[in-house]
Design a protein around this ligand. Structure first.
Ligand SMILES: Nc1nc2c(ncn2[C@@H]2O[C@H](COP(=O)(O)OP(=O)(O)OP(=O)(O)O)[C@@H](O)[C@H]2O)c(=O)[nH]1
Ligand SMILES: Nc1nc2c(ncn2[C@@H]2O[C@H](COP(=O)(O)OP(=O)(O)OP(=O)(O)O)[C@@H](O)[C@H]2O)c(=O)[nH]1
Length: 472
């Protein structure tokens, strides 16, 4: 499963700078759910093809007195959620009292810790490093977060601790059948829904989580078919101080989404749709997983209220018109059966096998109806399409100038593919390959002249072949 790295350090050491450099999420998920102590940022990141999740504990504000405590709490939660910790120190400022507090704590915890001397630019690295080695750290990584110098070495070494991260994850080897993650804000009714969905079904294995950040994987059978429910609800009946402080974990939610085939996003009809619901939904769509929306607590609402909520829903969820929405009562069990129908449809859509011939026909139809635009006097040409993966379905389109296809045209194609392939409940990804330069991407890139020469040569050889055939 995807490794989680926490960035900690006192204010202003450069955590956010490093976070922004590494994450690719358009808009990082900020933990400001009710019930969370402090804001933290969560981002999806990649380094040389290796994926990981990053937590930034930055952005602490407050009066001088409050800072230490807030920072401590913030950092402790992040450290707890992480698989490895990166501690940033400021080479310009040197060691400060607040650094010692964190260092002491990290010594006592069992997570791997990487010490970093940031802002090494413009200082004498030897002096700064010598001071930091006094902390007893075995290795200090010099870094310039603003320029990215030293980042690859640092993150590469951290990720080397998790060589199997992309292979089957913790959940994966326990899972059987279709994996359904139940996610949503605190208190929307996730665990009530999980109990409802299991109902009378035969539970095969019920796996208790090790920590708050682990989801529960429940294997069961429904109509003789194997399923796994990934339950992200807060841990109940376990009381420790920390859990009363915070029982909702974003890491847990994101990992569950990552590991699932279909995500059921639960929202609370009585609270309407809030910003955090949309953030979560955005994250689910980015992950490419199939999705079903469950508007829970639909019982006991007046028809006026129901109409108002439906109008609001139409407006705010327009950006995922492909997802099916259900109005349910997990408490009474109404609508839960239909939820399964949508889950099945979404799963089937996300994993159906696609044929090159069929995809190309659809592409040709779409282009015929509505041609891609001209760029610099040349029309973008989309020639053929083939499948590139499942869950999410990936459609690879080959053509000329494909790097110039406008986003609006890609959205148009997505819509047509989804319609023609009768896909429900899953995003579709379109990837482009360009045929402008057939030698592109080869190890030794050829110059334009060399390419032209090769093209002429190929033409010449083909002509010769034709002549020879005619002669026969
Ligand atoms: N010279 C230099 N400045 C840096 C470097 N990295 C970060 N800075 C600067 O240090 C300042 C603080 O950086 P941030 O990334 O906001 O620090 P932070 O640790 O996230 O701070 P908080 O959000 O307050 O916790 C900014 O002005 C950065 O431009 C670096 O490598 N070299
Ligand atoms: N009226 C009504 N109440 C519900 C429904 N579903 C859940 N609830 C109530 O909402 C509260 C929260 O439900 P939970 O299932 O614990 O919510 P959760 O999402 O698992 O909460 P966390 O553990 O905080 O993540 C409980 O008091 C439930 O009885 C519903 O369909 N209708």
């Amino acid at each position: 499963m995807i490794p989680v790295i926490a960035l900690v350090g006192r204010p202003n050491v450069g955590k956010s700078t490093l976070f922004n450099r590494l994450t690719r999420s358009r808009d990082a998920l900020v933990a400001n759910f009710p019930g969370l102590t402090r804001d933290r940022q969560y981002g999806d990141a990649v380094l040389e093809g290796r994926r990981f999740m990053l937590i930034d504990t930055g952005g602490i504000t407050g009066d001088e007195e409050g800072i230490d405590e807030a920072m401590a709490q913030q950092s402790l939660l992040a450290i707890d959620e992480a698989d490895a910790v990166v501690l940033l120190l400021d080479a310009k400022a040197g060691l400060m009292a607040a650094d010692h507090g964190l260092i002491d704590h990290l010594r006592g915890c069992s997570k791997p810790v990487f010490y970093v001397a940031n802002k090494i630019d413009g200082t004498d690295p030897n002096i700064a490093m010598a001071e930091f080695y006094q902390t007893g750290a075995k290795q200090i990584y010099p870094l310039t977060a603003t320029h990215g110098k030293g980042v690859r070495q640092l993150v590469g070494d951290v990720l080397d601790l998790f060589p199997d991260a992309d292979a089957a994850g913790e959940g994966q080897d326990q899972a059987h059948g279709k994996k359904i993650a139940i996610v949503g804000r605190p208190n929307v009714g996730k665990s009530t829904l999980v109990n409802r969905m299991l109902g009378e079904e035969r539970v095969v294995v019920y796996d208790q989580p090790g920590t708050t950040r682990d989801s529960i994987y429940i294997n069961y059978e429904r109509d003789g078919e194997p399923y796994t429910l990934i339950d992200t609800a807060g841990v109940r009946k376990r009381r420790s101080i920390r859990e009363t402080v915070e029982k909702f974990s974003i890491v847990k939610t994101l990992k569950a989404v990552d590991d699932a085939n279909v995500v059921v996003l639960v929202m609370d009809a009585r609270e309407n749709i809030v910003e955090q619901d949309l953030h979560l939904l955005g994250q689910v769509i980015d992950s490419g997983r199939a999705v079903v929306v469950a508007l829970n607590k639909w019982d006991g609402l007046s028809s006026d209220q129901k109409n108002r909520i439906k109008t609001e829903l139409d407006r705010r969820l327009r950006f995922i018109d492909f997802a099916e929405v259900h109005f349910i009562s997990a408490l009474h069990g109404t609508g839960v059966g239909h939820l399964y129908e949508s889950i099945e449809k979404a799963y089937a859509s996300a994993t159906q096998s696609l044929q090159t011939r069929h995809l190309t026909t659809i592409l040709e139809g779409a282009v015929y109806d509505h041609a891609p635009p001209m760029i610099n006097g040349r029309r973008i040409k989309l020639r053929y399409a083939h499948p590139g993966g499942q869950n999410p379905p990936i459609i690879v389109i080959h053509g000329n100038q494909t790097d110039k296809v406008p986003a609006s045209y890609t959205r148009y194609l997505e819509k047509i593919f989804r319609r023609e392939l009768k896909m429900v409940g899953t995003p579709v990804r379109i990837e482009y390959k360009t045929a402008d330069n057939p030698y592109e991407g080869k190890k030794n890139k050829l110059t334009k002249r060399q390419v032209d020469r090769k093209r002429r040569l190929v033409k010449f050889v083909k002509k010769q072949d034709k002549k020879r055939k005619k002669g026969k």
